[in-house]
Design a protein around this ligand. Sequence first.
Ligand SMILES: [Zn+2]
Length: 127
Amino acid sequence: MKLYGAHDVIRAFSAELRKGRLAYAECNTCSQKYLPPRAICAICGSTSFGIRELENRTGVIVAKTSVYYPPARFSKESGYVIAVVEFEKGLKFMARLRENNGKACKVGDRARLVIVSELPDVYLEAG
Ligand SMILES: [Zn+2]
Protein backbone atom coordinates (compact mmCIF):
# COMPACT_ATOMS: atom_id res chain seq x y z
CA MET A 1 0.00 0.00 0.00
CA LYS A 2 1.40 3.40 -0.96
CA LEU A 3 0.77 6.28 1.38
CA TYR A 4 1.57 9.93 0.76
CA GLY A 5 2.22 12.66 3.28
CA ALA A 6 2.09 12.93 7.06
CA HIS A 7 -1.67 12.58 7.52
CA ASP A 8 -1.93 9.29 5.62
CA VAL A 9 1.12 7.80 7.30
CA ILE A 10 0.12 8.84 10.84
CA ARG A 11 -3.49 7.75 10.23
CA ALA A 12 -2.28 4.32 9.07
CA PHE A 13 0.10 4.03 12.07
CA SER A 14 -2.77 4.89 14.48
CA ALA A 15 -5.13 2.47 12.73
CA GLU A 16 -2.61 -0.34 13.15
CA LEU A 17 -2.21 0.50 16.87
CA ARG A 18 -5.98 0.33 17.31
CA LYS A 19 -5.80 -3.20 15.87
CA GLY A 20 -3.08 -4.05 18.40
CA ARG A 21 -0.26 -3.97 15.86
CA LEU A 22 2.92 -1.91 15.90
CA ALA A 23 3.71 -0.56 12.45
CA TYR A 24 6.65 1.26 10.95
CA ALA A 25 6.90 3.30 7.78
CA GLU A 26 9.21 2.34 4.94
CA CYS A 27 10.20 4.87 2.30
CA ASN A 28 8.99 3.74 -1.12
CA THR A 29 12.01 5.37 -2.78
CA CYS A 30 15.05 4.39 -0.67
CA SER A 31 13.62 1.80 1.79
CA GLN A 32 14.65 3.77 4.92
CA LYS A 33 12.51 2.64 7.87
CA TYR A 34 10.91 4.90 10.52
CA LEU A 35 9.31 4.18 13.87
CA PRO A 36 7.28 6.22 14.55
CA PRO A 37 6.54 7.20 10.96
CA ARG A 38 7.72 10.48 9.43
CA ALA A 39 6.13 12.76 6.86
CA ILE A 40 9.31 13.23 4.81
CA CYS A 41 12.18 10.78 4.40
CA ALA A 42 15.33 12.18 6.04
CA ILE A 43 17.50 10.34 3.51
CA CYS A 44 15.93 11.09 0.11
CA GLY A 45 13.14 13.64 0.79
CA SER A 46 10.36 11.37 -0.47
CA THR A 47 6.84 11.71 0.96
CA SER A 48 5.77 8.26 -0.26
CA PHE A 49 5.76 5.48 2.35
CA GLY A 50 4.45 2.00 2.93
CA ILE A 51 3.32 0.74 6.32
CA ARG A 52 4.69 -2.59 7.59
CA GLU A 53 4.01 -4.46 10.80
CA LEU A 54 6.80 -4.91 13.33
CA GLU A 55 5.94 -8.40 14.52
CA ASN A 56 8.59 -8.82 17.24
CA ARG A 57 7.84 -6.17 19.84
CA THR A 58 10.70 -7.18 22.13
CA GLY A 59 13.92 -5.22 21.92
CA VAL A 60 16.89 -3.97 23.90
CA ILE A 61 16.92 -0.85 26.07
CA VAL A 62 19.49 1.56 24.60
CA ALA A 63 18.72 4.60 26.81
CA LYS A 64 16.52 5.47 29.78
CA THR A 65 15.82 8.41 32.07
CA SER A 66 13.30 9.61 34.65
CA VAL A 67 10.77 12.36 33.99
CA TYR A 68 10.04 14.68 36.93
CA TYR A 69 8.27 17.46 34.96
CA PRO A 70 5.84 15.47 32.84
CA PRO A 71 3.22 16.74 30.44
CA ALA A 72 -0.19 17.38 32.08
CA ARG A 73 -1.55 14.04 30.96
CA PHE A 74 1.02 12.20 33.09
CA SER A 75 1.29 14.73 35.93
CA LYS A 76 0.18 12.20 38.57
CA GLU A 77 2.97 9.86 37.50
CA SER A 78 5.88 12.30 38.03
CA GLY A 79 9.15 10.44 38.38
CA TYR A 80 8.23 7.83 35.80
CA VAL A 81 10.85 6.25 33.58
CA ILE A 82 11.02 6.51 29.80
CA ALA A 83 13.25 4.40 27.64
CA VAL A 84 14.37 4.03 24.05
CA VAL A 85 14.25 0.43 22.89
CA GLU A 86 15.88 -0.84 19.72
CA PHE A 87 13.87 -3.46 17.85
CA GLU A 88 14.72 -5.57 14.82
CA LYS A 89 15.77 -3.73 11.65
CA GLY A 90 17.44 -1.09 13.87
CA LEU A 91 14.08 0.55 14.60
CA LYS A 92 13.97 2.52 17.85
CA PHE A 93 10.93 3.65 19.83
CA MET A 94 10.58 5.71 23.02
CA ALA A 95 7.84 5.15 25.58
CA ARG A 96 7.19 4.98 29.30
CA LEU A 97 8.91 2.00 30.91
CA ARG A 98 7.37 -0.22 33.58
CA GLU A 99 10.22 -1.87 35.36
CA ASN A 100 9.98 -5.35 36.85
CA ASN A 101 8.11 -5.00 40.16
CA GLY A 102 9.89 -1.73 40.86
CA LYS A 103 13.30 -3.33 40.27
CA ALA A 104 15.33 -0.94 38.14
CA CYS A 105 16.49 -2.22 34.80
CA LYS A 106 19.49 -1.01 32.84
CA VAL A 107 20.66 -0.31 29.34
CA GLY A 108 21.12 -3.66 27.63
CA ASP A 109 18.10 -5.30 29.31
CA ARG A 110 15.24 -6.50 27.16
CA ALA A 111 11.84 -4.80 27.07
CA ARG A 112 8.60 -5.51 25.26
CA LEU A 113 6.21 -2.91 23.84
CA VAL A 114 2.68 -3.25 25.19
CA ILE A 115 -0.23 -1.65 23.36
CA VAL A 116 -2.93 -0.55 25.78
CA SER A 117 -6.57 -0.70 24.79
CA GLU A 118 -7.08 2.99 25.67
CA LEU A 119 -5.22 4.26 22.64
CA PRO A 120 -3.03 5.97 21.80
CA ASP A 121 -1.31 4.68 24.94
CA VAL A 122 1.63 2.32 24.73
CA TYR A 123 4.33 1.45 27.23
CA LEU A 124 7.42 -0.70 27.50
CA GLU A 125 7.61 -3.55 29.96
CA ALA A 126 11.07 -4.62 31.08
CA GLY A 127 12.02 -8.24 31.41
ZN1 LIG B 1 13.75 7.72 1.32
